[in-house]
Design a protein around this ligand. Structure first.
Ligand SMILES: NC(=O)c1ccc[n+]([C@@H]2O[C@H](COP(=O)([O-])OP(=O)(O)OC[C@H]3O[C@@H](n4cnc5c(N)ncnc54)[C@H](OP(=O)(O)O)[C@@H]3O)[C@@H](O)[C@H]2O)c1
Length: 260
């Protein structure tokens, strides 16, 4: 259950959700709608966002504003999100969008780094500023076990996720009064377009891969229940917790996580 005082703080501002059209993103957006928050829903497909906004208003969102934006385009991003929020402060920021196309050339790498790292960094910095000024708020950054792995090819996804985890840690360090909550979530496997594309381009994983443990709706519910009001790292799949802990304390250890 989310603390009532936290809930009333969060309701005083706007919740921004990137990747709201995605498999996990739309379920997280639905959870926030049930909490009667004002939502700004981000993705690239305006029609899909409009349909989602209507559905989430029916579910209980206080308001739902679609914002179609390609996160590879960082110029003007902060001002545009600010406009969509109607100049209200940001009280919740959930970054769920991700790209894992694995292109090896410099242009593809830079594009993936903009989507997976630079754009969420800009949004998280903006949100963090608002939250520090208000003395409350919740940032949730979706990471991945790939943040731990060195990959030979197409590293824009894993580098981006590793960077996000470090950004969260520096925000926690800056957040001395501990009134803003900054959470990194490693969701475990979700059956989604991103997951299927990742498997397709890493054929050696296909024999070994663990199956998703929960549906996206179950995961989203647990993330909100367990994560709201908390800072740090939330690893949703218990099979991955020891792995994360070891990777953090043993420098240079390279986990071969598909085998666990
Ligand atoms: N799936 C897994 O097994 C897994 C494992 C570990 C971590 N995660 C993390 O969980 C989160 C959700 O993943 P998912 O599995 O739900 O993925 P998904 O269903 O494929 O959704 C991806 C979302 O990212 C958005 N997106 C992609 N490129 C974008 C761009 N250039 N600009 C703006 N938005 C863009 C997509 O928007 P469009 O609708 O416009 O395409 C979509 O909303 C991600 O952060 C992912 O890294 C997933």
């Amino acid at each position: 259950m989310i603390d009532e005082a936290l809930m009333s703080d969060l309701c005083g501002g706007v919740a921004i959700i990137t990747g709201a059209t995605g498999t996990l993103g739309r379920e997280l957006a639905a959870e926030l709608a049930r909490l009667h928050l004002d939502l700004v829903l981000m993705g690239r497909d305006h029609r899909a966002l409009e349909q989602l906004a209507k559905k989430l208003s029916d579910l209980g969102a206080s308001s739902a504003t679609p914002l179609a934006w390609d996160l590879a385009d960082c110029a003007g991003l902060v001002d545009t999100v600010r406009q969509s929020a109607g100049q209200r402060p940001i009280s919740v920021m959930v970054h769920c969008a991700a790209a894992d196309h694995g292109g090896d050339d410099e242009a593809s790498l830079q594009r993936e780094l903009r989507i997976n790292l630079h754009a969420p960094e800009l949004l998280a910095d903006m949100a963090f500023g608002d939250m520090q000024a208000r003395g409350s708020g919740q940032i949730v950054l979706l990471s991945s076990n790939l943040a731990l792995l060195g990959e030979e090819r197409g590293t824009g996804y894993s580098r981006g996720k590793a960077g996000l985890e470090r950004i969260a840690r520096s925000m926690i360090a800056k957040n001395r009064q501990r009134k803003v909550h900054i959470l990194t979530v490693v969701p475990g496997l979700i059956d989604s377009p991103l997951f299927r594309a990742g498997l397709a381009r890493r054929p050696s994983w296909q024999r070994r891969f663990l199956k998703p443990r929960l549906t996206a709706a179950e995961l989203a519910h647990q993330i909100v229940e367990k994560g709201m009001g908390r800072s740090g790292l939330l690893v949703m799949d218990p099979r991955h917790r020891a792995l994360r802990w070891l990777a953090d304390i043993v420098p240079g250890w390279q986990p071969r996580w598909p085998r666990i």
